[in-house]
Design a protein around this ligand. Structure first.
Ligand code: HDE
Length: 698
């Protein structure tokens, strides 16, 4: 017999001798490798062949089963929102909503409901990068005692389109182009802007998409929104309109565009890693749930339609009622089984919640079941552990591919009288406690002839886009104008940029002029507006910068060291960062060992080349004179400091580091401080005023 491989003795066989295997009972099987039929495998290193150099035998069912299963490991990725990261956690009520809804999860302060939350980009494939300019999905599955409720939202409170019939066009236009299959994951290309510029209803969303909202710093620092107007229903059947808002505990934080671009090289998994690591470290991401509640009379008093998903209700006009908090405290055990197989569906509601006639929502109610069947392959996808409700499920649905439950008896129909014969008769409907669709009289425009039309106020495409623009700081406005310039500069269809700028003239003349100037084109004719915009004033709540929290909690601070870095300065800085609930991350030229000033040595968390400064929220450069000399001609070190400055981050420095700062072009400002004089305070902010020094914006 030929020799076995050298690793057979210690790999994969659980240390079991290869010969004289006794017949084992179940208790002997612990830790033993088996086939999917439960047969213990004797050799996981060699396939069965006829002679050491002979052909592999068809009868090797161990090999065949292993490869067969492997061949089918992938499932179709989501057509949109393919790239996602998720976590488990809970929702806790802080102010009960029993005055407006019977929804069980909102009845008692302190009540906790388990959740599974999946964040995603929209356009890119499952393996695409985490930081393109894109809307982020924010999907929450509440496993309530009354069944699953899915609030499948985004990090922006409105959407591109008003009617579901336009969704396939939007997605085709934004995803990689049909013939060339690029670009992956980004909207800066011909077909997206060709389509968007022909669809004035997208304008409000385009303003948000070109703002820093679409380049979030972390999934933990994004807002979330239910977008559509939903309804709460109370015990008397009275309905209250509701809009859902998630606000991150750490405040909303974004990147600057150059930083987002560089993150694509620095760490493709930047957001996924950040979420996973934060939870693993016990820095649990947290959001507050706020609701906007209103009635039909309030809705009728507005100049826009609450059924139009391209409109918001400003918080200043209708403040949020804070009702609960969402905490993510557990990473998935298995990415595929949970994050990939989770199936959200906006049609999953529980008693006490109901839909409205928002035409986009109505289309979504139809779509998601359909997509889950094609993605997960069977109508029984709800039985997968991540999708299964945590309350009893009983009905007469039977069979289908991959049926996991084994129902007993003959009762697979209803009505039946089997119980009269002593047989189980199965479950029965619940006229009182079951979910009732709200019975209500049709309101304005809710009934009539069958028509393919939109309600009148949907034709206002620009008022809220203007309100959004007005609500931003100067720096945010410059980012928006520059994002339009960046994206439209990538468009090769000559007719498109002028058409888009023509639309922007309806939003704001200065914005349009700045974009035209940035593109180097003449200011085009203003496009005709389907309905004249009205002036809505500003809503400061829409600005990220005006609402930033000055904290470093949950942030990551990079510290660049080299041989001879001052040991006590390093220890003091690390302690100060940790005291504030942030994470220090030591970067050095060599990851293994750096010898500090007191001859002790320290292991770095990352090597310089593999840990560029875009991955940090603020940085400190702690070099001695000698250490600085050793790095002054190192491109990665110069770039490290240069990027931190250009990305408007705080820089703490030791005296010895000054030559490196000088070479990187760092100019003194409030954010550039000695490492031991106010660095922690400085690190709570970004330095927007610095921006004109480092790049020209539109
Ligand atoms: Fe989705 N959307 N969508 N969508 N959507 C999907 O369902 C669809 C829309 C959103 O993490 C798909 O399971 C239609 C708005 C999120 O698994 C699909 C329309 C909003 C996720 C689908 C919309 C969303 C999806 C693809 C227009 C914000 C990811 C895979 C009528 C409120 C959920 C899947 C996750 C996923 C259809 C519009 C949010 C194809 C037809 C508006 C967060 O069913």
């Amino acid at each position: 017999m030929a020799d076995k491989t050298s690793f057979e003795m210690d790999l994969g066989n659980g240390g079991e001798p290869h010969q004289h295997v006794p017949l084992a009972g179940p208790h002997d099987r612990e830790g033993k490798l088996t086939t999917n039929q439960g047969i213990r495998v004797s050799d996981n290193q060699n396939s069965l062949r006829s002679g050491a150099r002979g052909p592999t035998l068809l009868e090797d069912f161990v090999l065949r089963e292993k490869i067969f299963h492997f061949d089918h490991e992938r499932i179709p990725e989501r057509i949109v929102h393919a790239r996602g990261s998720a976590a488990h956690g809970y929702f806790e009520v802080t102010d009960d909503l029993s005055d407006v809804t019977t929804a069980d999860l909102f009845q008692k302060v302190g009540e906790r409901t388990p959740v599974f939350v999946r964040f995603s980009t929209v356009a890119g494939g499952a393996g695409s990068v985490d930081t393109p300019r894109d809307v982020r999905g924010f999907a929450v599955k509440f496993y309530t005692k009354e069944g699953n409720w899915d609030l499948v939202g985004n990090n922006i409170p409105i959407f591109f389109i008003q009617d579901a019939i336009k969704f396939p066009d939007l997605v085709h236009a934004v995803k990689m182009e049909a013939d060339r299959a690029y670009p992956q994951a980004g909207s800066a290309h011909d077909t997206f802007w060709d389509w968007a510029s022909l669809m004035p209803e997208t304008t409000h969303m385009l303003m948000w998409a070109m703002s820093d909202r679409t380049i979030p710093r972390s999934l933990r620092t994004m807002q979330g929104f239910g977008i559509h107007t939903f309804r709460f229903v109370d015990a008397a059947g009275k309905s209250t309109f509701v809009k859902f808002h998630w606000k991150p505990k750490l405040g909303t934080q974004s990147t600057v565009w150059d930083e987002a671009l560089k993150l694509q090289a620095a760490d493709n998994d930047f957001h996924r890693r950040d979420l996973f690591e934060s939870i693993a470290l016990g820095n649990f991401p947290e959001w507050e749930l706020g609701v906007q509640l209103f009635d039909e009379a309030f809705a009728d008093s507005l100049d826009y339609d609450v059924l139009d998903p391209t409109k918001i209700i400003p918080e200043e006009l209708l403040p949020l009622r804070k009702v609960g908090r969402l905490i993510l405290d557990r990473n998935p055990d298995n990415f595929f089984a949970e994050t990939e197989q989770v199936a959200y569906c906006p049609a999953n509601i529980v008693p006490g919640i109901d839909f409205t006639n928002d035409p986009l929502l109505q289309g979504r109610l139809f779509s998601y079941l359909d997509t889950q069947k094609s993605r997960l392959g069977t109508a029984n996808f709800h039985q997968l552990p991540i999708n299964a409700p945590k309350c009893p499920v009983m009905n007469f649905q039977r069979d289908g591919q991959m049926q996991m439950s084994v129902p007993k008896g003959r009762a697979n129909y209803e009505p039946n009288s089997l119980a009269a014969h002593g047989e189980p008769g199965g479950p029965r409907e619940c006229p009182v406690t079951g979910l009732h669709t709200l019975e209500r009289q049709a309101q304005r425009d809710e009934q009539g002839d069958k028509l393919r039309v939109r309600a009148e106020l949907f034709a206002d495409h620009f008022s809220q886009a203007r309100m959004f623009w007005k609500s931003q700081t100067e720096s945010e406005q410059a980012h928006i104008a520059s994002a339009f310039v960046f994206e439209l500069s990538k468009v090769s269809l000559e007719q498109v940029p002028p058409r888009m700028v023509g639309n922007l003239r309806n939003v704001d003349e200065t914005l349009a002029r700045r974009v035209a100037h940035g593109l180097g084109i003449e200011l085009p004719e203003k496009s005709a507006a389907a309905r004249d915009p009205i002036d809505m004033g500003a809503s400061p709540a829409l600005s990220i910068q005006k609402n930033m929290l000055d904290t470093i909690k949950g942030r990551k601070i990079g510290i660049l060291i080299a041989d001879e870095t001052d040991a006590s300065a390093l220890q003091t800085l690390i302690a100060a960062i940790e005291d504030e609930g942030a994470t220090p991350f030591i970067v050095a030229p060599k990851v293994g060992n750096t010898t500090l000033s007191d001859n002790t040595s320290i292991k770095a968390d990352g090597q310089l080349l593999g840990s560029p400064s875009p991955i940090f929220d603020a940085v400190a450069v702690l070099l001695s004179d000698e250490g600085c000399k050793s790095l002054i001609n190192e491109g990665a070190a110069v770039q490290w400091v240069m990027d931190a400055f250009a990305h408007l981050k705080a820089i703490g420095y030791s005296q010895g580091s000054q030559p490196l700062l000088d070479k990187a072009g760092v100019q003194p400002d409030d954010g550039v401080v000695p490492h031991d004089k106010g660095f922690i305070d400085a690190a709570t902010k970004r330095y927007w005023d610095r921006e004109p020094m480092v790049r020209s914006l539109a």
